[in-house]
Design a protein around this ligand. Sequence first.
Ligand code: GDP
Length: 303
Amino acid sequence: SDKYKAGLSKTRDSFSSKINNLVARYRSVDEDFFEDLEEILIQADVGVMTVMDLVEELKTEVKRQNIKDSADLKEVISEKLVEIYAGDDDTSENVNIQDDDLSVILFVGVNGVGKTTTIGKMAYQLKQQGKKVVLVAGDTFRAGAIEQLEVWGERVGVDVIKQAAGSDPAAVIYDGVKAAKSRGADVLLCDTAGRLQNKVNLMNELSKVKRVIEREIPGAPHEVLLVLDATTGQNALSQAKTFSASTNVTGIVLTKLDGTAKGGIVLAIRKELKIPVKYVGLGEQMNDLEKFDANAFVYGLFA
Ligand code: GDP
């Protein structure tokens, strides 16, 4: 879509022009060609392991299809990328929203990645779909986080449940679940604090929050979305590893893709962590959140 095209312009400018240069430089597909291709992919933050696998697969395809011309390989590269981005399960990119019951979505991630902004954007989308949405300000630690969520609540026109700064996040979330139930909400979006300094604390805090939700609504939370900042490159990957070791992450929201030339991080996450990317952030505005779409993404990279 046009959103992807615009949002990925930085990655595209660097990535496709490098690929185009490469294709122009090497008429034929040989070892040197693949070495340079590896370098381009690594620079786009695709991740070393993923690049190795991808290049091996491309070499196999080159043999199988007897590809000699480097220009023909471009097509195969996009096909392979779509394959990896899309993963094995077509539906894994959808967020699990119940039809007739309250759905609870927990947002986790370190400070500054765009959690609060993503919650605001998602509230806007869900409201547009006719859902009744409630937000709960579970990030009681970051200065200004509660106020920021309230600003989003006002902007979008949804209720925000909060307590004073420094309160126990699990207690605030408990209030949120109670309020969402009594107000007949369809979806509760929960902000949480992202303190990574101490993994044991993080794990304890997240499991306490999850227990509180589960006790009120069996089967909830329906999604635990890890928010990652694409501009942090390989750091995002290591955050993903820490969080997925601390809690059962069901999906990823990758923010600030518009601000980086390294959109290849999506590929690394998919391939190395096997966690589906469900949404991408392509700007700071209310409607700058897109459902992840592998075809649109790869098209955005090359178009
Ligand atoms: P939190 O600490 O994780 O809650 O992060 P915030 O939601 O406060 O976001 C941190 C900054 O990133 C804010 O200035 C946001 O406007 C900005 N931001 C969030 N998502 C995006 C995005 O997709 N693109 C861009 N360009 N900026 C974003």
